[in-house]
Structures are given as C-alpha cells and as structure tokens.
Design a protein around this ligand. Structure first.
Ligand code: ZN
Length: 147
C-alpha cells in the first residue's frame, strides 16, 4: 500500500503530551500536518507557523468563550457540545477513527495525563511501534493496514 504521507522523522507515541491535545479534543500529534515533513506544525496550542488555512480559520480555535475555560478544553463550556464541535466530531467519527466528544469526556473524567497515556497506547502501530497518523489508513512507517 503506497504511503500518502512522507513523515519528517520516525515518531514514537512518547512524543504525545498534553500540549498536543487541542481544546476540541483533537490529538494534534496524530495529525498529518504534525507527522509529515513539509509543514512543521506543532499543534493547535503552538504558534501559527506551519498551520493549514483551515486550522488558522478554525472557529473552535478562535472561539472567544474558550478563553474563559478553566481547563482549556471545550468540555467546560456552557454550550458544550456546540454545533460546530458536533460537526467536527461527526466528521472524525465517520472518516477517521476517533471522536472529539469521546476524547473530551475522557479528559474530563480521568484527567489529561491519563488520557495522554491511553492515547500513547492506542496509537502505537502493533507492528513497528511507530506513532500513527489519524488521517492515513495505514502505518506511515511500515505500511501496516488498520483492520
Ligand atoms: Zn508500523
């Protein structure tokens, strides 16, 4: 199976940390923009460099209510889950193998450190141990295809 992403370097699940979890529940460490060698995006919570136009214009990232959230996550918001977060969640649940709402609920229930630890396990390739990209249906390092 041809790889659709050229990774910048071999990433291991240990690179995942709380700073890579976006306010919406997205794990930026699994994003194609983080994994590939071209852009150098360091996640939603980092600076603007390397970000796609869609991420720069993201209504969740730029949400004014979010600035008042104590945890820094949408789950604290009075309007949680708002329509735009629900739309994002549907897209990721149907096209990719993750759910923003589920991630946020886990963060709220177990804490960010525990969530990150479970993500490190969940997204390790069973064949080579590399960190998986959520946007690609196979391991970007060894080609292992997801069931
Ligand atoms: Zn692999």
């Amino acid at each position: 199976m041809p790889l659709r992403v050229r990774p910048r370097e071999r990433l291991l699940p240990q690179v995942l940390g709380p700073e890579l979890i976006a306010p919406c529940g997205m794990n930026c460490g699994l994003c194609m923009a983080y994994v590939r060698d071209k852009t150098g995006c360091l996640g939603c919570r980092a600076g603007d460099e390397g970000k796609s136009r869609s991420c720069l214009a993201c209504t969740i990232r730029n949400c004014k209510t979010l600035r008042w959230s104590e945890s820094g996550f949408c789950v604290d918001c009075a309007r949680f889950p708002c329509p735009r977060l629900k739309r994002l969640d549907v897209r990721y649940r149907t096209k990719y193998r993750m759910s923003m709402l589920e991630n946020l609920q886990t963060i709220q229930a177990t804490g960010i450190e525990s969530f990150v630890a479970s993500e490190q396990e969940r997204w390790a390739c069973p064949d080579c141990g590399g960190l998986q990209c959520v946007h690609v249906p196979a391991c970007v390092y060894c080609g292992h295809v997801w069931p």
